[in-house]
Design a protein around this ligand. Structure first.
Ligand code: MN
Length: 316
């Protein structure tokens, strides 16, 4: 794509389009295609990491897109009760409804456009299931789940749960783009999520032919995952297809991101930034710690029932 013919705007200065000053843009590091995997009770996810191409992206441990497949009534599957320790799970529902229950007594339905930010910390058992209505009526469940690492000192913090419904997210918009900011200061607004380390998490829609220059914090990880449409990344306008993750170099400067001018639909993407924690990790399934001994302890604690259980819901 020829970016010179495309309007470049700074999201925080949308009334005054600017061009990219030389040296102000981060180089693109790599573009990684998601692989297909089966999770939970048997639903398909598109997973850019962890894969053979990328183990993790400090401070992010995993990114899954729940594939937007239609399921018949009674056939919509989720993730029944399972544990986590040592990190946070962030769930964004694009379409459908996920019903959450956990061993800390939290219960909620995450609907279309809503976010749930769960800190597993010391240990939690939760279920992530299609809502009763979705199970009865059938339909599409489409969403994203991100795992955010915790530093060693906070790995075993008390579990918490932040329900962030769509109308609590911080909205921003400009010529050819809209954003919903969940965490961090992005696009001129502050997201509502409390985070343990500096994280930026925003859902961005860009109209074809529009290119943005997005400020990021020097040295932080910066990446963009496309889940709809076709994007362009970097000053050279590399194509970013759906189900691909673009990773920028950890330098200073802005990231350049646009929607391909030849696409007939908008680009829908997740923009992620985060301060690297820069510690070794040890991981085993739903547990992420710093050492193998800590993983063995997590498995022992789970097997001994020390992560609790989901309260019975009973009948009403
Ligand atoms: Mn889970």
């Amino acid at each position: 794509m020829d970016t010179a013919t495309t309007q470049t705007t700074t999201p925080t200065q949308t009334t005054s389009p600017t061009t990219t000053p030389a040296g102000r843009s981060r180089p693109l590091s790599r573009i990684i295609p998601a692989t297909s995997a089966i999770e939970g009770g048997g639903f398909e996810v598109y997973r850019p990491f962890p894969t053979s191409a990328l183990d993790w992206l400090d401070p992010f441990l995993l990114l899954d897109e729940m594939a937007p497949n239609y399921s018949e009534p009674g056939r919509v599957v989720g993730a029944p009760a399972h544990p986590h320790r040592g990190f946070e799970t962030v769930t964004y529902v694009i379409q459908g409804e996920v019903e959450h229950r956990d061993s800390a007594g939290n219960h909620g339905v995450v609907g279309s456009g809503d976010v749930q930010w769960m800190t597993a910390g010391d240990g939690i058992i939760h279920s992530e299931m299609p809502s009763a209505r979705l199970q009865t009526e059938g339909g599409v469940l489409h969403g994203l789940q991100l795992w955010v690492n915790l530093p060693a000192a906070l790995r075993r913090t008390a579990p918490t749960y932040q329900a962030l419904p769509s109308d609590h997210l911080a909205s921003a918009s400009g010529d050819g783009w809209t954003a919903e900011v969940v965490a961090g200061s992005m696009f001129g607004v502050q997201g509502p999520a409390d985070t343990h380390t500096p994280i930026g998490y925003a859902l961005l829609t860009i109209q074809p032919g529009t290119t943005l220059q997005i400020p990021t914090i020097d040295g932080h990880t910066a990446a963009v995952y496309a889940f709809g449409g076709v994007g362009t990344v970097g000053t050279e306008g590399h194509t970013l297809d759906t189900n691909h993750l673009a990773i920028f170099e950890r330098t200073a400067g802005d990231i350049v991101l646009g929607a391909h001018a030849d696409s007939h639909i908008a680009l829908d993407c997740l923009v992620l930034t985060g301060e690297p924690i820069d510690e070794p990790i040890a991981r085993y399934g739903p547990f992420v710690m710093n050492t193998a001994a800590e993983i063995n302890q997590a498995i022992a604690d789970f097997n001994a029932g020390r992560m609790g259980s989901i309260p019975a819901t009973g009948t009403v």
